[in-house]
Design a protein around this ligand. Structure first.
Ligand code: F6R
Length: 604
């Protein structure tokens, strides 16, 4: 979760670095630091927010047109000033910022200690700094060569930028399994862990590949080499991102903005791919690989957190509509098992960021075992998008709040299109049924808009339950993964313990927890299992639980039983998650804000 920004060019670096750190602060951090070069290297770092770093550096020398900066989320060593980045070595001549984890740092550190190195922090990053410094001094090498040799000794993940006062007109950066983007301006370069600190200066970027080292110099040149020291060709991309996308645009939090963006982001995902009137869906890469999909023995969805929940919804969709057997796996479990992958298996990783390390590792494993990998990703140009054999973007735009909202509905939209398209091509749904579903599906953005109109009512319910310590979310069928997602949203941003369950499972254990202090959020829009959901609500009421029911507009029966009711428009059951997820996002948001939580960030 750490963030990197670096600059080399003709402008003063410090304001660019600080602005960049602020753009990255949405992901949460525990400390921040900067290093600027102006004849000598000035390094300032501080525990806490970027503001604390700014106050600390206020009366210090911050001049220089080359610099590196970092926001840290502690992995090795507690969050404090000394563990903050940048880390120095070689008598403070060389500094480095790093995202990722150096897995063999203890072995490397032992060897360096024997050689007389003294460490000031508890971090793996400082070990890497010393390793680079040691190789550079001992072999008398240019800094990029020392970085290359050092990285050949490293096991783990990294995105690094190195600033060396012996070569003050140069930045050296590299990555493996941790994202890094090079922004190319007029005689200036930007490096960052995502494009958000770069986009206001230039749209021209190169996404650095795994095991690539970039050297950017003040005279406006850059080159790329791999760890074997072979030159590699840069592939230029142009960012399709406006700076307003990175602003709150009047909303109190990014999360709220992103919830309210969903009618548009879902429509954007459909744009050019769905035409209900003319009865078609077109997804280029599905079309290009149609034979593989039509003859797939099995589809395995992999992901983490919310993206895994989207995979669970996809299981219902693909089995129901396209009659393809599906499995859904946590990427973190899949990668450490020895999964059976057979010919004809398709692996579909789902990811908002396209950078989640477990998902990336699971893809590598799937590829090694011969699977065809089709990525469903939001961030354009991200590692997963580039690693998969083919795929589709969800086009939700930058998701800045830490809780995934519009990415979830974007993932559901894309996966629904895939399932419908494949069902139609396979003949597992009739043409008439397909047409009716497409017409219904194209109305989803408007129906999400209608749900958002209930925001005030949802806020009033949040007020009633904001002091709860536990909450239970129940759903059946297509709404079961939504129950899991609702619970995840609540615990992630409000720090209330919450669990999601298939409603029928409640009686097999969790029912024991229900009492008058327990809000039970029941997603009760299913037509097919309506009576069963009604009896689940009765069971909760019999134990005096507080029922918040998400019901279809006009539902009187559940209204009479539940303590609170949120109405949502009627939709075909297969589209229910796209609608029922939205009130749960708003409920979690309002509860968290009422509890004084910063919903956009991880807690420090
Ligand atoms: C929850 C959330 C996380 C992510 C998970 C996967 O609101 O944001 O659970 O869904 O970390 O991230 P991506 O989708 O970027 O792979």
């Amino acid at each position: 979760m750490c963030g990197i920004v670096a600059y080399i060019g003709q402008q003063e670096a410090y304001p660019i670095l600080i602005k960049g750190l602020r753009r990255l602060e949405y992901r949460g951090y525990d400390s921040a630091g900067v290093a600027m070069m102006n004849g000598k290297l000035n390094v300032y770092k501080k525990k806490g927010k970027v503001d604390e770093l700014v106050n600390f550096a206020e009366n210090q020398d911050k001049t220089g047109t080359i610099g590196i900066a970092h926001t840290r989320w502690a992995t090795h060593g507690e969050p404090n000033d000394k563990n903050a980045h940048p880390h120095a070595a070689e008598g403070e001549k060389l500094t480095i910022v790093h995202n990722g984890i150096i897995e063999n740092y203890e072995v490397l550190k032992k060897a360096l200690l024997k050689q007389g190195h003294i460490f000031k922090s508890d971090t793996d990053t400082e070990v890497l700094a010393h390793l680079i410094g040691e190789i550079k001094e001992r072999e008398q090498l240019p800094i990029e060569e020392a970085v290359r040799l050092a990285l050949n000794k490293v096991i783990g993940a990294y995105a690094i930028v190195v600033l060396d006062s012996d070569e003050p007109d140069k930045l050296v950066a590299a990555r493996k399994s941790s994202p890094l983007v090079l922004g190319i301006g007029e005689n200036e370069f930007f490096l960052a862990s995502d494009a958000s600190p770069i986009v206001e200066y230039t749209k021209k970027v190169v996404y650095i590949n795994d095991e690539e080292i970039v050297v950017a110099t003040k005279d406006g040149n850059f080159n790329l080499r791999n760890l074997r020291n072979e030159e590699t060709e840069p592939r230029f991309h142009y960012l399709d991102m406006q700076i307003e996308m990175l602003e709150k645009e009047g909303y109190d939090y990014f999360m709220l903005k992103e919830i309210f963006q969903q009618p548009r982001s879902v429509a954007d995902c459909m744009r050019g791919r769905l035409n209900a009137e003319k009865n078609w869906i077109l997804l280029n890469d599905v079309e290009n690989n149609l034979e593989k999909f039509l003859h797939a023995n099995r589809i395995i969805f992999i992901g983490c957190g919310t993206s895994w929940h989207a995979g669970l919804v996809a299981e219902y969709l693909f089995e129901d509509i396209a009659r393809i057997p599906v499995e859904v796996e946590y990427a973190s479990e899949f990668r450490y098992r020895n999964p059976v992958i057979r010919e004809g298996d398709i692996v579909i990783p789902i990811s908002q960021s396209g950078e989640t390390a477990d998902t990336l590792a699971a893809i590598e494993l799937a590829k090694q075992k011969g699977a065809f990998v089709y990525g469903v990703v939001n961030v354009v140009g991200s590692s997963i998008a580039r690693t998969a054999h083919a795929g589709s973007y969800i086009h939700a735009g930058p998701e800045i709040g830490v809780a995934s909202t519009k990415a979830f509905t974007g993932q559901l939209t894309l996966l629904t299109m895939m399932a419908l398209y494949l069902g139609h091509r396979k003949g597992t749904i009739s043409n008439d049924h397909y047409h009716r579903l497409l017409v219904e599906f194209s109305k989803i953005p408007d129906k999400i808009r209608q749900v958002l109109d209930y925001d005030k009512e949802i806020q009033a319910i949040a007020q009633q339950v904001r002091n709860a310590q536990n909450a239970l979310y129940l759903g059946r069928g297509y709404n079961f993964p939504v129950a899991l997602e609702g619970a995840l949203k609540l615990k992630e941003i409000s720090y209330i313990h919450a669990e999601g369950y298939p409603a029928a499972e409640m009686k097999h254990g969790p029912i024991a927890l229900i009492d008058a202090l327990m809000p039970v959020i029941v997603i009760a829009t299913n037509k097919s299992a309506y009576e069963k959901i009604v009896s689940n609500i009765q069971e909760v009421k019999a134990r005096r639980g507080v029922v918040i029911a998400i019901v279809t507009e006009g539902d009187q029966q559940i209204r009479r039983m539940a303590d609170f009711v949120i109405e949502i428009p009627e939709v075909e059951e297969i589209f229910a998650p796209l609608i029922s997820a939205v009130p749960l996002q708003l409920l979690a948001y309002h509860i968290a804000v009422m509890r004084g939580c910063n919903v956009d960030q991880l807690v420090i």
